[in-house]
Design a protein around this ligand. Structure first.
Ligand SMILES: C[S@@+](CC[C@H](N)C(=O)[O-])C[C@H]1O[C@@H](n2cnc3c(N)ncnc32)[C@H](O)[C@@H]1O
Length: 255
């Protein structure tokens, strides 16, 4: 999937609040080995290195475009590698993933697999956007289900793999820990109107749709999506109720 760092960065400021909330749940220690899974353009890997004394942070991402930007940020104790969530390996004191796992299927298998990459006493810290029931997402599926887009996409739409918070609690408990926190929070984002939501999703959820559609259908698809958003949401300024799931869990020291 081809990410565009410039489009993604348009809402950089709004993405800091969940990072700060997730970081507040991290057990800060010195000298940790940290893997930032889906590090994107690397800002958060740098922030982790800054906030975790003497720790070494490796950022992994599957997008060469995002990693190219990250490479410009290489610093003492921070490095970046091309790789995917599905194939990450090694063992780590902190496995961190921010706004990534909603792109990865089958969380029932994923969370236990990530757990195996933690050292005893290590911590998993995850933030996952969970907006799949919001018009920002349902209108994309609705537009993609109409012609001519449906035929151009071969009937493809993307359904979210994100689970409910109690299911993440069950998964973490099943990994063998009682030291976990799972929560969901709405991060209000104020946008001038409903159509402006399309600017946000263009840098994220829309990426695989635009990648699959022929170029001449990009603008008609965006136009139809904007119309559906305008019909689904109130007129005027919009408070985009951006919902995110945050969880952390500590692996027992005995393994
Ligand atoms: C929304 S960005 C988040 C970037 C960064 N973590 C942040 O919060 O600013 C999502 C990132 O996940 C990466 N990504 C998506 N699926 C991935 C996968 N299966 N393996 C590795 N990275 C993936 C994308 O390339 C993109 O850089």
């Amino acid at each position: 999937m081809s990410w565009n760092p410039e489009q993604y960065h348009k809402f950089k400021q709004e993405r800091l609040a969940p990072f700060n909330d997730l970081f507040a749940l991290i057990n800060v220690r010195s000298g940790l080995s940290v893997l930032d899974i889906g590090c994107g353009t690397g800002e958060l890997a740098l922030a982790l290195a800054d906030k975790l004394p003497k720790s070494r942070v490796t950022g992994v991402d599957s997008s060469p475009e995002m990693l190219q930007k990250a490479a410009e940020r290489c610093a003492d104790r921070v490095s970046f590698e091309l790789g995917s969530v599905e194939t990450v390996s090694g063992t780590w004191d902190l496995l961190f993933s921010h706004a990534v796992l909603h792109w990865v299927e089958d969380h029932h298998a994923l969370i236990p697999r990530l757990w195996t990459l933690l050292n005893p006493g290590g911590q998993l810290a995850v933030q996952i956007p969970a907006n799949h029931r919001h018009p920002s997402h349902t209108c994309i599926i609705a537009a993609a289900s109409e012609e001519p887009f449906r035929a151009a996409l071969g009937g493809w739409v993307r359904h979210s793999p994100v689970l409910e918070i109690d299911q993440y609690a069950q998964l973490l408990h099943g990994c063998g820990t009682t030291e976990f926190t799972v929560l969901e929070k709405v991060y209000p984002t104020y946008l001038p109107n409903a159509a402006a939501i399309a600017e946000w999703t263009k840098g994220t959820t829309l990426v695989p749709y635009l990648e699959r559609l022929p170029h001449e259908l990009h603008e008609p698809f965006m136009q139809r999506y904007r119309e559906l958003l305008i019909n689904a949401l109130p007129e005027g300024e919009i408070m985009f109720t951006f919902r995110r799931i945050l969880f952390t869990a500590i692996k027992p020291a005995q393994g």
